[in-house]
Write a protein that binds this ligand. Sequence first.
Ligand SMILES: Nc1ncnc2c1ncn2[C@@H]1O[C@H](COP(=O)(O)OP(=O)(O)O)[C@@H](O)[C@H]1O
Ligand SMILES: [Mg+2]
Length: 228
Amino acid sequence: MPVVAFANPKGGAGKTTSALLLATELAGKGAAVTIIDADPERWISQWAKLPGKPAKVTIVGDVTEDSVVDAIEAAEQASQFVIVDLEGTASLMVSNAIGMSDLVVIPIQGSSMDAKGGAKTIRLIRNQEKMTKRPILHAVLLTRTSAAITSRALRNVETQLQAGGVEIFNTTIVERAAFRDLFDYGGTLSDLNASKVSNLDKAIQNAREFAGEVVAKLKAAAAARKAA
Ligand SMILES: Nc1ncnc2c1ncn2[C@@H]1O[C@H](COP(=O)(O)OP(=O)(O)O)[C@@H](O)[C@H]1O
Ligand SMILES: [Mg+2]
């Protein structure tokens, strides 16, 4: 079953946030999801201890660079989707997880000019493609974008990525209080209190669109593999 890893050596890029959004969205649709929490901060493991974790979501923590490949393989047998939240460094663990992935999502903070971490991740993926002799589907996810304006910095990042032939998600993850609250209150977006969280409906819509695009990319890749 498909493995989706979130990678960018830059901390604060939105890996953990977008990984949890994808996991809870897929679980909400009825899929069994395993999250491999390989982020040393263990945000997702902590989230899982709060009330409201969907029964369809299983968390696997305590993975090391030696165990990550086996952990992913075991999770593939057990669930419909495996989501890997990676650490903010370029390590052997990250390379191993990328080598096992069907899709690598590269979150890049759209509001900053810093796309260097993303470029590093793309080089890592291209090396893994050579080593494993197979293409590894990957796309940049612009995160923490403004709902109101498209900044020059964001357009600049987009232009650079397109020039480098890098795929970009149509959906961006907007800066929303709801996405932070998830880690404070636990559960899923739809468990949050709409009267206390501004624009909760828009946050829910945003997460849904992102998950929809992930599923569409995985389906297209599976169809292409079948045709080959
Ligand atoms: N779309 C978003 N809206 C609001 N806050 C966000 C968003 N994405 C990330 N954050 C916040 O930014 C910080 C870093 O995000 P995180 O997902 O942990 O990044 P990473 O895993 O790449 O280090 C966290 O405090 C998180 O709550
Ligand atoms: Mg993280």
